[in-house]
Design a protein around this ligand. Structure first.
Ligand SMILES: CC(C)(COP(=O)(O)OP(=O)(O)OC[C@H]1O[C@@H](n2cnc3c(N)ncnc32)[C@H](O)[C@@H]1OP(=O)(O)O)[C@@H](O)C(=O)NCCC(=O)NCCS
Length: 190
């Protein structure tokens, strides 16, 4: 019988977890050095088959002092739909609470992820619309009722409040703001 274990990733195994991360390995390793208790692995017979990690949200947005951001969660394709990511996110929530954070935020990659987060009682709070500032229409501020905006380098992030997932609105925002990237932000009070 195979044994499944969800546990912290120890320092000498952290490079293994890089295989699960498809962008910014330097940031991943830098965050691990600061928050190793928020880096979790799912091990099947001691082989890493899934990972999950995060950090205080203030690492990205300094005024957001009360939230933890779940930056990534994934399970190898051949091991999906067995409840492993659910186990990972449950331990992640416990680890966040140990740091006295009671609110988790994240941006969801796609509709499968949306279903996963909804099943785990995360709620959509915003659409996040991301694109290069110079490619957006000049009058972008007037095109929709935006709740917030933020600039990182040459990228502009626009936010629209919501309380449920309406996938067709994503398409509307892509066309309206001339961007490819529209995602839901989910949150959970733990
Ligand atoms: C999203 C992901 C992490 C889910 O991992 P998983 O181990 O398969 O998830 P679980 O088995 O714990 O699924 C829990 C629930 O999520 C939902 N869910 C998961 N995969 C789903 C799918 N393909 N379609 C619809 N719902 C799905 C279901 O409600 C499922 O419960 P059920 O199996 O009882 O119906 C996995 O699909 C993945 O690694 N995707 C690629 C990476 C990624 O996009 N990560 C998210 C970044 S925001």
């Amino acid at each position: 019988m195979s044994e499944i274990q969800i546990r912290l990733i120890v320092k000498d195994k952290i490079k293994e977890a890089l295989n699960f991360i498809w962008h910014n390995p330097e940031q991943f390793l830098n965050l691990y050095s600061k928050y190793p208790d928020l880096f979790l692995g799912c091990y099947l017979d001691d082989i890493l088959v899934g990972t999950c990690y995060g950090c205080p949200f203030s690492e990205e947005i300094p005024k957001e002092k009360d939230k933890i951001i779940l930056k990534h969660i994934s399970v190898l394709p051949e091991h999906r739909r067995k409840g492993y990511a659910t186990k990972l996110i449950q331990l992640f929530e416990e680890q966040a609470k140990k740091r006295k954070f009671y609110n988790i935020t994240l941006s969801s990659a796609d509709e499968i992820s949306d279903s996963f987060y909804l099943k785990n009682k995360y709620f959509p709070t915003k659409y996040m619309i991301r694109g290069e500032k110079e490619k957006m229409p000049e009058n972008y501020k007037k095109l929709y009722n935006l709740s917030d905006e933020r600039i990182v380098g040459n990228m502009l992030f626009l936010y629209v409040n919501c309380d449920r997932c309406v996938p067709s609105l994503k398409e509307k925002f892509r066309n309206l703001f001339h961007v490819d990237d529209v995602k839901f932000i989910f949150e959970k009070k733990i």
